[in-house]
Design a protein around this ligand. Structure first.
Ligand code: PMP
Length: 360
């Protein structure tokens, strides 16, 4: 079977070695004679899986000891609500930076719980850039400050993180988690749906500074209470066993292939290839993100006409390049180049884009 070049925004491409190990584990997990889908989440074999994944993540990202790592269901969308339920008092307010659809969702979810103050928004500019930190004034009394590190739909990304002083910084890192080195100690909480860089849909990773857990209200039921859920090591109920197994395999692949330094170097290279091509002739592949806000994960562009975009998608698909259609809310073309997309895959796509430009 010929595998295609998968540029889908998520669920997206996964590393072949991780998929191959999963294929094997579906039938016989670690020689137990049971498949991973048939394995108890309380078994010693699965305990090894979840502990190993957690330890790998800790090593790869350099997560300090005063942070807990958890595996949640309900996607990043549940985190939008849950973080507000845990950290936003009903008579309090939290600061939010609005940089696109997913930040807006987070703001909307918080509004059900308390007050979400939008301290900066680039909505008026069609979200073509992220704000500079010197444009943002944080409230000293905010319960927390919330940002979205990478805007999957608009192809924008923060290249630095703000200093919010004593106000805990919470970040939705769904679409650039594990794509580059970050200083975890700058954040009170990081969360990310796994389905872009770290695994399949069905599990959301949460990295939580332990002092935040003192704030979780006792009135919340355990499934929605970070303190209680994390105290049970993500097994308060049946966790998504297979998704967590896959996360472990993807992390193994990252670690065995040079770790985050290699990941980051490759991601820089892939993004450089695409933006380099776009900059050669900005009237053909016209980037929609402002240069200083460009994402290294989702490269968004328009072609001179919608007909050309259609032709581009059709010809690309014929050549085996799939998942390139922009989000339905913005149209155009979006090239998602998550960790498991090889430099070679992007080189091939860029060669195709050049020939398409020439012939049209
Ligand atoms: N945040 C970001 C940055 C995303 O890209 C997405 C999904 N595309 C979400 C949140 C929503 O994630 P989920 O579907 O896991 O709820």
């Amino acid at each position: 079977m010929e595998r295609k070049y998968n540029f889908n925004p998520g669920p997206g491409v996964l590393p072949l070695p991780a998929l191959e190990r999963a294929a094997q584990a579906l039938i016989d997990f670690e020689g137990t004679g049971l498949g991973i889908l048939e394995t108890s989440h309380r078994s010693k074999e699965f305990t090894v899986v979840i502990d190993a994944a957690t330890e790998r993540l800790r090593r790869l990202l350099g997560i300090p000891d005063d942070y807990d790592i958890g595996y949640f269901q309900g996607g990043a969308n549940l985190q939008f609500s849950m973080l507000a339920m845990n950290f936003l008092p009903s008579d309090g307010a939290a600061d939010y930076v609005d940089t696109g659809t997913w930040s807006s969702r987070a703001i909307q979810a918080a509004g059900y719980v308390g007050k979400a103050n939008v301290v900066a928004s680039t909505k008026e500019e069609k979200y073509q850039r992220v704000p500079r930190w010197d444009e943002v004034t944080w409230n000293e009394t905010a319960a927390y400050a919330h940002i979205t590190s990478n805007n999957t739909i608009y192809g924008t990304q923060f290249q630095s993180f703000p200093d919010t002083g004593k106000v805990p910084l919470i970040c939705d890192m769904s679409s650039d988690f594990l794509s580059r080195r970050i200083d975890v100690s700058r954040f009170a909480m990081i969360y990310a749906g796994a389905q872009k860089n770290v695994g399949p849909a069905g599990v959301t990773l949460v990295i939580m500074r332990k002092d935040m857990l003192d704030r979780c209200p006792d009135t919340l039921p355990p499934m929605l209470n970070y303190s209680k859920f994390l105290a049970k090591k993500s097994t308060y109920n049946t966790p998504p066993v297979f998704s967590i197994f896959m996360v472990g395999e993807v992390l193994r692949w990252v670690e065995e292939n040079g770790g985050l330094d290699t990941v980051e170097k490759n991601n820089d290279k892939k993004a450089g290839l695409l933006y380099g091509l776009m900059d050669e002739d900005p009237d053909f592949f016209r980037g929609t993100a402002k240069a200083d806000s460009r994402s290294k994960m989702n490269v968004t562009m328009r072609l001179p006409s919608e007909d050309l975009e259609k032709a581009f998608l059709a010809e690309a698909a014929e050549k085996g390049f799939v998942g390139l259609k922009g989000h339905r809310s913005v149209g155009g073309i979006r090239v998602s180049i998550y960790n498991a997309m090889s430099v070679e895959g992007v080189e091939k796509l860029v060669a195709f884009m050049k020939s398409f430009r020439k012939s049209h």
